[in-house]
Design a protein around this ligand. Sequence first.
Ligand SMILES: Cc1cc2nc3c(=O)[nH]c(=O)nc-3n(C[C@H](O)[C@H](O)[C@H](O)COP(=O)(O)OP(=O)(O)OC[C@H]3O[C@@H](n4cnc5c(N)ncnc54)[C@H](O)[C@@H]3O)c2cc1C
Ligand SMILES: NC(=O)c1ccc[n+]([C@@H]2O[C@H](COP(=O)([O-])OP(=O)(O)OC[C@H]3O[C@@H](n4cnc5c(N)ncnc54)[C@H](O)[C@@H]3O)[C@@H](O)[C@H]2O)c1
Length: 499
Amino acid sequence: MAAAPGAARSRFVVVGGGIAGVTCAEKLAMEFPSEDIFLMTASPVLKAVTNFRQVSKTLEEFDVEEQPSSLLEKRYPNIKVIQSGVKQLRSDEHKIFTEDGKEYMYEKLCLCAGAKPKLIFEGNPYVLGIRDTDSAQAFQKNLAQAERIVVVGNGGIALELVYEIQGCEVIWAIKDKAIGNTFFDAGAAEFLIPKLSAEKREAPIQCKRTKYTMEGSEEKERPIAASDKLGSALGPDWHEGLSLKGTKEFSHKVHIEILCEVKKIYLQQEFLQLQQTSLAFPKEEKNVESDEVLWPVYVELTNGKIYGCNFIVSATGVVPNVTPFLAGNNFALGEDGGLKVDKHMHTSLPDIYAAGDICTASWEPSPVWHQMRLWTQARQMGWYAAKCMAADTLGESIDLDFSFELFAHVTKFFNYKVVVLGKYNAQGLGLDHELMLRCTKGQEYVKVVMQSGRMMGAVLIGDTDLEETFENLILNQMDLSAYGEDLLNPDIDIEDYFD
Ligand SMILES: Cc1cc2nc3c(=O)[nH]c(=O)nc-3n(C[C@H](O)[C@H](O)[C@H](O)COP(=O)(O)OP(=O)(O)OC[C@H]3O[C@@H](n4cnc5c(N)ncnc54)[C@H](O)[C@@H]3O)c2cc1C
Ligand SMILES: NC(=O)c1ccc[n+]([C@@H]2O[C@H](COP(=O)([O-])OP(=O)(O)OC[C@H]3O[C@@H](n4cnc5c(N)ncnc54)[C@H](O)[C@@H]3O)[C@@H](O)[C@H]2O)c1
């Protein structure tokens, strides 16, 4: 195509300086060393993956570093970083327009603009979200002067926050029955809960493993019934450099309100006019006397309770950053608002690919993979999108990358190593599955999800050393019926078993 006068052009343009965009640009730079790759980003710093370690076939660990763009350009001299937000895309003309009034032409474009927090009561100044360095610092500043906050949401961010916050009362309002619904079931939640009260923190106990099989048993700690219910983002351990401390001297003080949402938020003045009564922080779950302190803001929950607090954290998921790209372009969007991509990371429009939090994987997935907006998937998608762009350019064919065979995520919650594999919460399996559990209080929690004798998923909390074996068992879909409960028998070296 002919370049418009004044429009810079490049064969490959990538939008987004997060993990997906940077990884995509790096891979393109390697594949096409003599081509200039334009990387456009709204944020002044880029996110680079460092210390990458392939822990097993599908599990990976790495650090995420904020770096100035000059460092990336030094490592890859054919990458040109353009620091300006994209405000418009004209897909029919293969052009993008940036905030600083410039226009660029591309042959192939990859959109990696990430996502932003999906806030409840958006626009209310007392409601904070956490996404990037700025929002994390704003949160820290507010927390330093707070005595009580309300945390809403039950996913990754809420789990990290309630554990890390010290010296501040936390009312944690969740829609579900148990904590951490995006990663755990109620059994795992029960295992983790003691960690939330510092006073009750237990010394490590002897490894006495309690074994459970199947749901529906009447034992006290029975397996939990299967349920059919279903700027750049920060990097790992983002909270470690931040002092997440309120004004008080105690450690954790978390009160959980389950099965509720926020109904209304009142400013102090509105609240006083209504002459409502707010609840004090509950003591041992009994104290519901009214609060005599006046708070800047009050939260009314759908269970009728009202708590005063300094501010509210909305850790209620994300929405893909698609807005600047939609006007005049007929992208197919997923239910979650992301740009639909096929198994070659192609959006519904010609020559436009997408990767990371902005996209919605719309191919028929492997039975044990699903999309979650995580940095591991952002890296894998960015890398694979670049390979697909290269293959299309060179007229080659390409198979779906192996990383999409099995969902695998390693992280840390409540100071435990947490590994989740496959359909770890029996997602999409309906009632047609069984659970096997092994649990040692304070030490480890192992859950496997079985269907027709095959392992479909697992949650491993603590240093279980089982991830590689279970990863293999899920990948090879071996019929394990004959092993029964021995699968989780701590006295049997399971790895030897399957060698
Ligand atoms: C607090 C927090 C903790 C997290 N913890 C974990 C964790 O422990 N493990 C895990 O796997 N994942 C975690 N995540 C999720 C993970 O960070 C994201 O899934 C991942 O970083 C997404 O990468 P991305 O490149 O797709 O998007 P982003 O990192 O959001 O990057 C998007 C980029 O696009 C740029 N951009 C946006 N709009 C435009 C535009 N119009 N023009 C130009 N540039 C634009 C932005 O400036 C940014 O550089 C966490 C997220 C948060 C917020
Ligand atoms: N260690 C980790 O792996 C980790 C840590 C932090 C964040 N993350 C990722 O970062 C992203 C953002 O994290 P997040 O915790 O905001 O999102 P999330 O998707 O993990 O969790 C959102 C939570 O908010 C709840 N929710 C949604 N709407 C609600 C509403 N109106 N009222 C009350 N609750 C509501 C959901 O039920 C869910 O529990 C996610 O993609 C997450 O996977 C991962």
